[in-house]
Design a protein around this ligand. Structure first.
Ligand code: ATP
Ligand code: MG
Ligand code: MG
Ligand code: MG
Length: 562
């Protein structure tokens, strides 16, 4: 691309309306322009970044088995009435009427539309599982659209919906998406943490939010620098209801029985100092001894213990070790285990089948534990504040605090929409069941802003190579110098022909201004053709993310860059 032909109108001044860095730099760099509050136009550079992010998402969704579709933006009210959300969605929904006075909305999300599609196209168990996704505009009449692309009223989202036969399948789909999301955000160059979503998750639903760490974020998190633990500052805490021991617990197979009983022995066994031990966590029930691990979090462990005592079987997460120790199918391996969410949270997950219970130590586990059968999984949830400095429940290191931008969310819906809309499948025996669903969203435009929040300096944006609008900019120090112009031109052609995304700044402007703009726009690699190119055959190569500029021989440069 020749800069003389590129529509990239940069701004010298910071627009007054822009409060946060990403909004300022995306406006100044000529990536976006505002059309109305929370509604933006993407200029060529902005469009290219979006396309890069979308492509990464597409690759990861496809790799996880997703199939891309395009769903309508305009959705009929009837479907939303069927699901019961027409009334409850409230003012965030843009509503409109056609000339026949039929009611519609601009899709804020697509559960209704996709469930209706699957209801009519899927009838047999043979057609499942199914992962369908789209990348498209969403419309939400946000109360306070702000921060540029971070909270728009028209924004771009990738939304995937999973359809499964049973809870086990849903767990697998969820796990696939959790992994795919981690891949997407890593490839976008983001520093992010998945956290268990708040109490909205109660009632059988299960959810994680992917948070990009940034001061502009609206969410407050604690996270561990030593391991992968992260949580909202306000986390949902399971408070055990009085547990009713299940009537006929199936006999549990014991892998091992810890025999320690004194505090000292317990501490040795748990490998903790006595002050970390809240209560004696070995106890006897029905002649069985069961162990639990304490991480110094009094309240959580009280809860654990309560559950423990009430239900007799406490679940503990350390999937890798558990798997190694027991070889059992570990129902809670997955997001819960990966994230180290304390296992009491699992008590509200009714899908654990043949899980593992026991101590966080090799060999001390019970296999084939089933909620409902072996304990009552009911729990109510309170909100608790976690503070920075508290020990990480996973590894004990002091927790750090950060703000986060919700760039994505994964959600187990269960049968909420399939039941409401009648999306059923027939099993091999001819019986009908509602399909199990999950939904998984990524804010594509919000991710673009989140990247800028994390990747910039005083001069401008520093795009990670994977999402940069162009990878390379070539700047001739003096266009008037025929030699320089020819070399720059030649290098440009060579790189472009080799498939490198390159901008050649051929504008009749001062080189100083070009450097400033290149820094503002954030091309990852800058190549300057100057006097020395002519005299000694070198060009000056500089990474946007680094300070130093390196002279490199022009000869062979193009091959090196590809
Ligand atoms: P928020 O809590 O920020 O309002 P949400 O939880 O309502 O977001 P979801 O319904 O989970 O959003 O949508 C999936 C993803 O879409 C979000 O994780 C976010 O990245 C993105 N998103 C949601 N609302 C907006 C918006 N107004 N502008 C830009 N992106 C958005
Ligand atoms: Mg919202
Ligand atoms: Mg949210
Ligand atoms: Mg959300």
């Amino acid at each position: 691309m020749r800069a003389s032909e590129l529509l990239a109108p940069t701004l010298r001044e910071t627009p007054a309306e822009a409060e946060i860095v990403s909004h300022q730099l995306l406006l100044r760099g000529g990536f976006i322009r505002k059309a109305a509050a929370g509604i933006y136009t993407y200029l060529p550079l902005g469009r290219r970044v979006l396309a890069k992010i979308e492509q990464i998402i597409r690759e990861e969704m496809d790799r996880a088995g997703g199939q891309e579709v395009v769903l309508p933006i305009i959705q009929p009210a009837e479907l939303w009435q069927e699901s019961g959300r027409w009334e409850v969605y409230g003012e965030e929904m843009f509503r409109l009427q056609d000339r026949h006075r039929r009611q519609f909305c601009l899709g804020p999300t697509h559960e209704e539309i996709i469930t209706a599609l699957v209801r009519s196209e899927v009838t047999s168990y043979k057609q499942l599982p199914l992962l369908l996704y789209q990348i498209q505009n969403k419309y939400r009449d946000e109360r306070r659209p702000r921060f540029g692309l971070l909270r728009g009223r028209e924004f771009i989202m990738k939304d995937l919906y999973s359809f499964d036969l049973d809870q086990k399948g849903l767990n697998q789909s969820y796990q696939k998406m959790y992994q795919a999301y981690s891949n997407v955000f890593r490839r976008c160059g983001l520093d992010f943490r998945p956290v268990q979503a708040d109490s909205g998750a109660i009632g059988g639903n299960y959810s994680h939010e992917f948070m990009a760490l940034a001061t502009a974020g609206e969410a407050l998190l604690v996270y561990c620098r030593e391991c992968d633990y992260a949580a909202n500052v306000e986390i949902a805490v399971a408070k055990a209801l009085p547990m009713i021991a299940t009537e006929n617990p199936a006999p549990l197979k014991e892998v091992a029985t810890p025999g320690q009983k004194t505090v000292a022995e317990i501490c040795t066994f748990l490998e903790v100092t006595p002050d970390r031990l809240i209560k004696t966590l070995f106890y006897e029930a029905d002649g069985q001894l069961i162990a639990a691990l304490v991480r110094g979090d009094r309240e959580l462990n009280e809860v654990k213990l309560q559950n423990h005592l009430g239900c007799r079987h406490l679940l503990l997460a350390d999937p890798e070790r558990v798997r190694k120790a027991t070889g059992a199918p570990v129902g809670f391996v997955g997001p819960v285990g990966l994230q180290g969410i304390p296992l009491y949270a699992d008590l509200e997950i009714p899908y654990l089948v043949n899980g593992v219970a026991g101590a966080n130590r090799e060999g001390y586990h019970l296999v084939n534990v089933n909620p409902g059968r072996d304990f009552n999984p009911t729990a109510v949830v309170d909100i608790r504040q976690v503070e920075a400095g508290e020990p990480c429940p996973q590894c004990g290191a002091p927790l750090a605090q950060a703000r986060g931008i919700e760039v994505g969310q994964v959600f187990q819906l269960g049968t909420k929409y399939s039941s409401a809309l009648g999306a059923n499948y027939t099993d091999a025996r001819g019986q009908e069941h509602p399909i199990l669903m999950g939904c998984y969203g990524i804010g594509v435009s919000r991710t673009m802003a989140a990247i800028v929040e994390q990747c910039h300096d005083d001069q401008g944006i520093i795009w990670p190579l994977s999402v940069a609008p162009y990878q390379v900019v070539i700047i001739p120090a003096s266009l008037k110098d025929d030699g320089q112009r020819q070399v720059a031109e030649g290098l440009y052609r060579e790189l472009a022909a080799a498939g490198v995304e390159v901008v050649y700044d051929d504008r009749d402007e001062r080189a100083g201004l070009k450097f400033v703009e290149a820094d503002l726009i954030g091309y990852p690699l800058r190549i300057t053709v100057g006097k020395r190119t002519i005299t000694s055959g070198t060009v000056d190569v500089k990474w946007r993310s680094r300070k130093e500029e390196t002279p490199l021989p022009l000869e062979g440069l193009s091959a090196q860059i590809q």
